[in-house]
Design a protein around this ligand. Sequence first.
Ligand SMILES: Cc1ncc(COP(=O)(O)O)c(C=O)c1O
Length: 383
Amino acid sequence: MIKFLDLHKINNRFRDAFQASFSKSLDDAHFILGQNVTAFENEFAAYCGTEHCVGTANGLDALTLILKGYVELGKLQKGDKVIVPANTFIATILSVLHAELVPVLVEPDADTYNISIHTDKSIFIGAKAIIMVHLYGQLADAEYFKKIAKDYNCLLIEDAAQAHGAVANSQIPNSKSQELIVKSQKPKANKAGNLSDAAAFSFYPTKNLGALGDGGAVTTSDSELVEVIKLLRNYGSIEKYTNKIIGFNSRLDDMQAAFLRIKLETLDKDNERRRDIAKAYLRGITNSKIKLPFYDGSKNHVFYAFVIEVDDRALFTAFLDKNQIEWLIHYPIPPHQQEALQGFSYNNLPLTEKIHKRIISLPMSPVMTEQDIQTVIDVLNTY
Ligand SMILES: Cc1ncc(COP(=O)(O)O)c(C=O)c1O
């Protein structure tokens, strides 16, 4: 059986370090917002190239607290429109609803599955925020949406739950501005987490940077927003038993922060391995019945998922089952067709609906062996 994602094998690589870290935490007994949270926040902000990182309980809360934070700051008002890709995990849309804002769903690009740069611009009129989801680990076109956000006076937010460590291709938007950059002023790498006003990450165990439980974070260089999110995640309080605003309990667990610090060191290497596996699949799978994903060969993709399309999915998944290859669907039902999201009005979303019927995710993880990869390729070529 080729596993879709062998979490045991992934985490077993760090067993000794995890155990040492657990023992230390047990001795320190500072379980809530302890030194591991602060250290991880500093390390992850430095990794993403932002001034700040605030740990949260999970990725959904990271998104929700960004939006609620902007509401607290008066930059968003209840009922404001937020542009969200229709083709995403439901959490992106839930965060908008939890913040009492109105999601406006837009169709993806048929090749990258990300929010399309060909979206009719009239949809941005009156919108107050845009959430770019870097779906499956591939960066959305941040340069384009930064411009849109500026032109339409919108906040730009990243849902980077699937894209830890992805680096944008164009560090410099165009050749004219390139001339203006003095050699010594090297621009910071444009990376998931620093491509917008604020970004949300999930450290759900299956993510490229996954904890041993739930976890999330916001990265941003907006100090005002950071102050509010630090209040919101902790009952509206910075000073114990003094509550400034109506907050939540959504803190990153200190033990999870300790585990994440250990795994962060291997993230770039793991992402490189994922890209190598993707390249092997793209070279090796030559079956015309299978649509392979678009990939430009750069570091702008970290292959959280390797997603293919087929015409008859039921037939194909039965074939994979017979050949002992695990698969998943990210995601089988689009959010706007979920029972939970009935009662809202949406634009027509035929492309989103079509994609959801055709996609399948193949095994992808940094611990796959060469033999596993070759088996997947060989089996797919006989379909
Ligand atoms: C695109 C996207 N957004 C948001 C989330 C929510 O993250 P979490 O499960 O940590 O709440 C996830 C992951 O599950 C995700 O894949």
